[in-house]
Ligand binder design. Structure first.
Ligand code: COA
Ligand code: MG
Length: 295
């Protein structure tokens, strides 16, 4: 179970150079917002975008949602300054692009710490290159600050020479490696984007597939996809009621010193109790986010 359980069903990229979109994101029901200084920003707009994102984040107004800044890679012209600014911006996390080794994570962390980053500034890692996939485990465990792995399927398809297909079979090995790494390191993992904004049906299908594979949520590029993603990655009312029944029955059994618990005619084991706790924590996090947005 992740260390601090927060819902990350819908994670929206917002171009760091688009002031209107950045401001609009304050009213959007995404669980997390990634203010992008990397691929969504043209080289000529990088410096301006950095200052704009820093200002918008410092002005706050994002409530309980996670605010994440995606920086440029450390070896690029902008990466170092991006980290310096992100360190003190008040963002919840910094998303490192194209992570390929544990050393890359630690180098970025050193810059952030040197720039005065607070203890609770989290690191999220983009997994989007073949080398990154082969080092998924060392990346996911490179720092205790790492809280999420984000799949970058567009860059991955390019580097693999693979196609974007309906069933996404070309990505399955990479998904598997990253899911294993994230779960064994106890960090969240978010699926890649669906590029075709006109394809609502395909979007829903990949959300379902992502949920079945074990992702916590999906990265998004347009606000209209937030609600469908939230629905796809939320527990149902029935899931929540069943989780409640399992926890109650388990607690009663523990109090009475009884070893075997049966709920709805099924034997309950510790793994079911753990799953039920996770469902209730997720439901609780969702409830808080919804209340925060409407309040
Ligand atoms: N975040 C926040 N707001 C967004 C948004 C986003 N990613 N995408 C669109 N919006 C806003 C628009 O500003 C517009 O707001 P308004 O009604 O107040 O003017 C509204 O949602 C409707 O937008 P729409 O006209 O349908 O889209 P668009 O033509 O403005 O933008 C894209 C389309 C694809 C350019 C835009 O969605 C986008 O830039 N997405 C993010 C791309 C990205 O970050 N890529 C890198 C990671 S893969
Ligand atoms: Mg990328």
């Amino acid at each position: 179970m992740p260390r601090t359980f927060i819902a990350l069903r819908s994670v929206l990229y917002v171009p760091g150079s688009n002031e209107r979109a950045l401001k609009k994101s304050r009213s959007l029901a995404a669980d997390a917002l990634i203010f992008d200084l990397e691929d969504a920003v043209a080289p000529s707009a990088k410096v301006e975008a950095r200052a704009l994102v820093s200002r918008i984040v410092q002005e706050r107004g994002f409530g309980l949602r996670q605010v994440v800044i995606r920086v440029n890679v450390l070896g690029s012209r902008w990466g170092y300054e991006d980290l310096m600014v992100a360190a003190k911006s008040g963002a919840n996390a910094v998303l490192l692009p194209k992570v390929e080794s544990g050393d890359m994570v630690r180098q970025a962390e050193m810059v952030l710490v040197g720039a005065g980053a607070p203890e609770d500034l989290a690191l999220w890692c983009m997994m989007e290159t073949p080398r990154g996939m082969l080092h998924a485990e060392e990346i996911a465990t490179a720092s205790p600050r790492i809280r999420a792995i984000v799949m970058g399927t567009s860059d991955l398809a390019k580097d693999l020479g693979a196609a974007h297909t309906k069933e996404r079979l070309p990505f399955l090995t990479s998904f598997g490696l990253c899911l294993l790494a994230a779960r064994s390191a106890d960090v969240a993992i978010i699926d890649g984007v669906h590029l075709d904004l006109e394809d609502d049906e395909g979007f829903s299908r990949t959300c379902e597939q992502g949920f079945e594979l074990g992702f916590d949520g999906k990265t998004l590029i347009h606000p209209k996809t937030i609600n469908p993603a939230n629905r796809a990655f939320s527990p149902t009312e029935e899931d929540i009621e069943q989780a409640d029944r399992i926890i109650k029955a388990h607690n009663e059994a523990v109090a009475k010193g009884v070893g075997v618990v049966v709920v709805d005619g099924k034997l309950i084991e510790n793994l079911h109790v753990e799953g039920a706790r996770r469902t209730l924590l997720l439901a609780n996090s969702i409830k808080k986010l919804e209340k925060n947005l409407s309040g």
